[in-house]
Design a protein around this ligand. Structure first.
Ligand code: ARG
Length: 461
């Protein structure tokens, strides 16, 4: 009945059953139970210290909260949809256990500052987990990059063979992306580390509360400085979703490459059996489902970001129930992202690299053409003319079905007097990668330098 609701005083009619279901968020927010209890402990202690609650009430509340937490963790407390959310479920159980003191806990507090506080506490922890997971994936990539500092593969632009690169260099490109991803999570975490508690419903409270005390007790840097902002913005969720979306886009690009590389047409890599699946009709199939799923999850994670941006877009201050949708979006996105990170970290060390196939592909497709142009430039030919001479050489090779380094003296002379056979015979994919020996270049020595730098860096964290 309506009177059983914690807010039922002014209601004459019972809540419609459909509304009960539709309104409830307990299925989604139950996972914040520990943060809700932590927030309540801090609030109760503060109320006690300020003389707003008696010492006996505070003691009863703290003990009661311990019991509720133990019950939840033992699986002994069944949450009720009629009690709507985790906050009211916990408060109702507390009151059942300790009576009147439980009813005093909500003094000077609202579910609006409560949910904002719980969510920040909860997401802060998830942020730390994600950053640690990203670091682990980076370590896996750095180790692989070390193994493959000398492994030559074609580098692509427009998915057309461009210039040879080292696989180590390619893997370190993702290490860089992931580093910025971790940085975005760290930035978002730092910005959201302010405590909404004490903002109450929207305007603050008439009780002489100590917001510095609760903020410090909960490990926040400071209390949020504006109560309306504290209970109504969810930009911290949008920032996390955005960091998650960007990370998932990086993983999706990597996935796309692994899928291409594992095709028979590329044949560059083979993912371990344990991370692939077969076909129910085609016995020969071994499908790269894991990278495909990771690529697919990025759509879902981006969806969460868009959902929250749109949800907040036209909301007037302060709290609106629309905001209850925030947790589903961000929890799902972070769950999915963490799954993607875990799969990649576990899968990559077992990846078989077909070095010969990579090298063969790098040597085909005239990947050394730029280096031939560079050789002409070194002999005094202006770059644009060198470009044209090499273009002509490539056309010649296509017509005669040979590679650039196979051009003989007669062919060179026929193409252009400035094209020296020595320039042509010096061409090799190894020379190509070795020559790009500067900061950020693909040379094996640079890759090894970068690997050392990353190893020190990742050991520190
Ligand atoms: N379950 C709610 C949410 O997630 C808690 C806040 C409810 N506040 C309110 N005034 N109805 O947003």
């Amino acid at each position: 009945m309506a009177k059983e609701k914690l807010w039922g005083g002014r209601f004459a009619q019972a809540t419609d059953e459909l509304v009960e279901q539709f309104n409830a968020s307990i299925d989604v927010d139950a996972r914040m139970y520990a943060e809700d209890i932590e927030g309540s402990r801090a609030h109760a202690r503060m109320l006690g210290r300020q003389g707003i609650l008696s010492d006996e009430d505070v003691a009863a509340i703290l003990q009661g909260l311990d019991t509720v937490q133990a019950e939840i963790e033992a699986g002994d407390l069944t949450f009720s949809v009629a009690l709507e959310d985790v906050h009211m479920n916990i408060e109702a159980r507390l009151t059942e256990l300790i009576g009147d003191a439980g009813k005093r806990l909500h003094t000077g507090r609202s579910r609006n500052d409560q949910v904002a506080t719980d969510t920040r506490l909860y997401l802060r922890r998830r942020c730390d987990e994600i950053i640690a997971q990203i670091r682990r994936l980076q370590s896996v990539l750095v180790t692989l990059a070390q193994t493959h500092a000398d492994t030559i593969m074609p580098g692509f632009t427009h998915l057309q063979t461009a210039q040879p690169v080292t696989l180590g260099h390619h893997l370190l490109a993702y290490t860089e992306m992931l580093h910025r991803d971790a940085g975005r999570f760290a930035d978002a975490r730092a910005r959201m580390n302010q405590c909404p508690l004490g903002s109450a419903a929207l305007a603050g409270t008439t009780f002489a509360i100590d917001r510095e005390m609760t903020a410090a007790a909960l490990g926040f840097d400071q209390p949020c400085q504006n109560s309306l902002d504290a209970v109504s913005d969810r930009d911290f969720i949008i920032e996390l979703l955005s960091a998650a979306a960007i990370t998932s886009v990086h993983l999706s690009r990597f996935s796309e490459e692994l899928i291409l590389w594992m095709s028979a047409q590329f044949g560059f890599v083979e993912l371990p059996d344990a991370y692939c699946t077969g076909s129910s009709i085609m016995p020969q199939k071994k499908n790269p489902d894991m990278p495909e799923l990771v690529r697919g999850k990025s759509g879902r994670i981006i969806g969460g970001l868009v959902a929250m941006l749109v949800t907040l877009k036209s909301l007037p201050l302060a709290y609106n129930k629309d905001m209850q949708e925030d947790k589903g979006a961000v929890f799902d996105a972070l769950d999915q992202l963490q799954g993607c990170l875990a799969i990649f970290t576990a899968m990559l060390p077992g990846m078989k690299v077909h070095e010969e196939a990579m090298r063969r592909a790098a040597a085909a497709g005239f990947a050394t053409a730029t280096d031939l142009a560079d050789a002409l430039v070194r002999a005094g030919v202006p770059f644009r003319e060198a470009h044209a001479i090499v273009g002509k050489s490539v056309a010649w090779c296509i017509e005669h079905d040979i590679e650039l380094h196979e051009l003989d003296a007669t062919a060179c002379a026929a193409i252009d007097a400035r094209l020296q056979p020595a320039m042509v015979s010096a061409l090799s994919v190894d020379a190509c990668v070795r020559a790009r020996d500067h900061v950020g270049g693909t040379a094996p020595d640079q890759v090894r330098k970068q690997v050392r730098w990353w190893k020190e860096r990742l050991d520190e964290v």
